[in-house]
Design a protein around this ligand. Structure first.
Ligand SMILES: [Mn+2]
Length: 264
């Protein structure tokens, strides 16, 4: 079985019990271990992850999940991690600790004969769609894109790596909490086929003649499994934050969305 999950936002300061939340994810990973051949984690595993030049004791809070992933990779299960917009800043430590393969860009991956496009999903807004939007919305998206470019910029990253972890983490977790609370208080549900950016992005690829059987994304914290006219399925995974949803693909390439029933 191949599994897909995203958006656990571990360590979020918006959680009342971050350890119990992490335990839920560890349980899910253990469960997947029974029959997983590979696992794709499509971003925002952490609410904030930054690898500084200095030792950072705060990473110890993630020992349970890091060990669980290490157990998976040690047992021969390939675990792939696509950076999200909350955990862009891994410079080798995360791969070393867990044995995961890190992906920084959308990737085309063939799974059980199916052509899949996978990405976290942030920043994938078709430019012609952007132009059709009302000006205030355009401004909001442009601001996000500008911030995204800054967060991904190697010089900005190199400078921030020099910041002491206690300072960097205080800023990072606060920023992340704000965005989590905004999502929780004003959830932006499915916007419809003609307004949901990731669906439009998928359709744009299809129009260009780039056919995929599956487009698999995280980021939006909504569950979606939509068939397009070109027989592509656009799958948005929900999250492992509140919804506890994930997807599984069997050896024949059939994909389905699932809910993790937690024991604790
Ligand atoms: Mn995200």
């Amino acid at each position: 079985m191949t599994y897909f999950l995203s958006d656990a936002h571990l360590g979020s300061r918006a959680l009342s019990d971050a350890q119990a939340h992490q335990a839920g994810l560890v349980e899910l990973l253990h469960q997947m271990r029974q029959d997983a051949r590979e696992i794709y984690i499509l971003g925002d595993l952490f609410d904030y992850w930054f690898e500084y030049l200095w030792p950072d004791k705060s990473k110890r809070q993630y020992s349970p999940v890091l060990e669980a992933i290490r157990q998976l990779t040690d047992s021969g299960i390939a675990v792939h991690f696509f950076i999200g917009n909350h955990d862009i800043w891994t410079f080798g430590q995360l791969a070393k600790l867990t044995g995961m393969t890190i992906h920084r860009h959308p990737e085309t991956i063939i799974l059980h004969g199916k052509r899949c496009l996978m990405a976290h999903g942030d920043g994938l807004v078709p430019s012609d769609y952007l132009k059709r939007l009302p000006k205030p919305v355009q401004r909001k998206i442009r601001k996000f894109k500008w911030l995204r470019a800054l967060f991904h910029h190697p010089i900005a990253q190199a400078l921030y790596r020099c910041v002491p972890p206690c300072v960097g983490n205080a800023i990072g977790y606060r920023w992340a909490k704000k965005s989590r609370l905004r999502d929780l208080n004003h959830p932006c549900g499915y916007k419809g086929e003609d307004r949901e950016e990731l669906v439009l992005y998928a359709k744009e690829q299809e129009q260009r003649g780039e056919h995929y059987d599956y487009y698999i994304f995280g980021h939006r914290h909504i569950e979606l499994d939509l068939m397009t006219v070109t027989q592509s399925r656009v799958v948005i995974l929900g999250d492992c934050f509140r919804q506890w949803t994930y997807a599984q693909m069997d050896d024949n390439g059939n994909l389905q969305l699932c809910i993790h029933e937690k024991n604790n």
